[in-house]
Design a protein around this ligand. Structure first.
Ligand code: HQG
Length: 180
């Protein structure tokens, strides 16, 4: 039987990146029908039940997923790269400072280009340094960059916050990044 972590990885893959890999359809806000997900995941070798999905969504360490109240639809709350999805959030005023965890090997490129979204739809920023550090560790030797989010917002850059607290913006010019 697959662990909750394995199922979370599977759900991240099909709900954020490659829904077509199992023939799943997401709407533009990222929602998939739970019944379709169960049928298609089962065919693809990942047996799911409504109770298992509920438990994975509830217990997920980063609260990556959300179910509708009637539990008929599920989505990833952020982190998408699939073009099936174009999520809309209300703009939100960020705190003065946000943090971005990355790897030291990316720093020269980030100095030159600023932070870019890459394959995802947004640059992901954290509200605290500890979280940013753990995000950076996923890529190698971590480094945490201080982002002048308040100044960016004042100059017209839009910020959004996903239900799990992750801050999102389209790009961060190098001028707003503190590399010290
Ligand atoms: C880097 C996880 C070179 C960027 C986390 C990052 C997060 C550049 C990498 C979420 C660059 C992209 C997202 C530039 C940015 N030159 N490198 N100009 N601009 N980068 O995984 O932020 O566990 O797409 O610094 O907790 O690491 O999946 O983004 O290192 O919230 O739920 O390019 O993923 O959540 O990597 O992580 P990613 P991320 P989950």
């Amino acid at each position: 039987m697959k662990s909750h972590a394995d199922i979370s990885k599977f759900l991240s893959y099909v709900l954020r990146h490659q829904p077509e890999s199992i023939g799943l359809q997401l709407d533009t806000e990222g929602w998939a029908a739970v019944n379709d997900l169960i049928t298609l995941a089962g065919k693809a070798g990942t047996p799911l039940t409504p109770a298992l999905i509920e438990a994975v969504v509830r217990d997920n360490d980063k609260q990556r997923f959300a179910l509708t109240e009637d539990k008929l639809h599920i989505r990833a709350v952020q982190g998408h790269s699939t073009n099936q999805v174009a999520m809309t959030w209300a703009e939100k005023q960020p705190p003065q400072t946000l943090w971005h965890g990355t790897a030291t090997r990316f720093i020269n490129s980030i100095r030159a280009q600023g932070l870019v979204a890459g394959s995802r739809h947004h640059v992901h920023l954290s509200g605290d340094e500890v979280t940013a550090m753990s995000v950076g560790k996923r890529h190698g030797k971590p480094v945490v960059l201080k982002i002048r989010a308040g100044a960016m917002h004042q100059q017209g850059f839009a910020f959004y916050q996903a239900e799990n607290g992750v801050w999102l913006t389209l790009a961060v010019p190098a001028a707003f990044i503190d590399f010290s």
